[in-house]
Design a protein around this ligand. Structure first.
Ligand code: CDT
Length: 303
């Protein structure tokens, strides 16, 4: 019997600076209701889904940015989402900024099962952008100021009837992200993103944003025999245009669903997790065909 899981990628349009958590949570719940009407079992929301993409602004005193971070999950603002998802029997994956009890700042995604139990909270591994204020930029991308990189790396969890992994935005551009999860038998990778169309260090890449987005997720899916769900916060947010084009990719590398707008939009795919075996047990039978003894340089830290 096929292991079928109906997955929804709940793309968000822009969240402006003055939009309250309560208003955003209402939008998340509206998408959840659409998902319920299409018998979706797992809804995936974008990176930093509760606020605007605040790393576009620099503050001298980082404490001035504390209000963008969650202190716990769920909390008062997000409890209605957790309650409604549990009532509907839908699991979800939610991206947000976390300021933990030890004062560490993380860019995270929390995965919640259909019964409301937390599966895991994943911390972003590859933190892009810059550490310091760069006054010549039209907007900042100071993620390296606002977030620490994960010390944990990429895990995979038994959930939703399969092996589920997570990555966040820039992680999707790195083949190692997929491969580390692939080596743990991943069957479904969940990835939220915020990708400005304008790439300040090399604007010649602007026109290629959509191509690169699909390229990395399609190749990562195929080369590791896994489903990949990529979910954008798109549209013009505080004057910065960001990529939509949320997509769901099959283990064949084919796109089976893609968002058409840059607004709040749900796309849905019925994912057969057993499809992964067609690739994991043939072309990408790692045990049979990989040559790890020749790949040492990939993980060499140069120490
Ligand atoms: N959020 C995030 O990681 N965005 C990056 C933007 C490019 S680096 C400035 C991305 O990889 O899409």
């Amino acid at each position: 019997m096929a292991r079928l899981l109906t997955v929804g990628a709940a793309q968000l349009g822009p969240i402006q600076r003055d939009h309250t958590r309560a208003a955003v949570v209402e939008r998340l719940i509206a998408l959840l209701h659409q998902a319920a009407s299409q018998h979706v079992e797992l809804v995936v929301y974008p990176e930093l889904a509760l606020t605007t993409f605040f790393p576009r602004w620099f503050v001298e005193d980082i404490a001035e940015a504390d209000h963008w971070y969650e202190r716990s999950m769920p909390n008062e603002a997000t409890q209605p989402l957790f309650d409604e998802a549990r009532r509907l029997g839908i699991g979800f994956c939610l991206g947000y900024a976390l300021l933990d009890g030890d004062g560490h700042r993380w860019n995270v995604q929390t995965l919640v099962e259909r019964d409301g139990c937390e599966v895991a909270t994943f911390k972003k591994v590859h933190i892009p952008g810059h550490e310091h204020h760069e006054p010549d930029r039209p907007f900042q991308h100071a993620e390296r100021y606002y977030f620490e990189p994960s010390p944990d790396g990429f895990g995979v969890w038994d959930a939703f009837g399969g092996r589920v992994g997570m990555m966040i935005c820039n992680d999707r551009r790195w083949p190692e992200s997929y491969r580390v999860m692939g080596l743990q038998g991943v069957e479904l990778i969940l990835c939220g993103y915020n990708t400005p169309i304008h790439y300040v260090p090399d604007p010649s890449q602007d026109i290629l944003q959509g191509f690169h987005n699909a390229l990395v997720m399609q190749s990562g899916a195929y080369q590791n025999g896994t489903w990949v769900v990529g979910v954008a916060k798109g549209g013009v947010e505080e004057g910065v245009d960001s990529l939509g084009q949320s997509l769901i990719v099959a283990p064949s590398g084919q796109i089976v669903a893609q968002a058409l707008s840059t607004d709040d939009e749900l796309i849905v795919a019925r994912c057969d997790l057993d499809w992964c075996r067609r690739y994991k047990e043939t072309l990408f039978d790692f045990t049979r065909y990989r040559r790890p003894e020749l790949y040492g340089i990939i993980a060499d830290t140069g120490d």
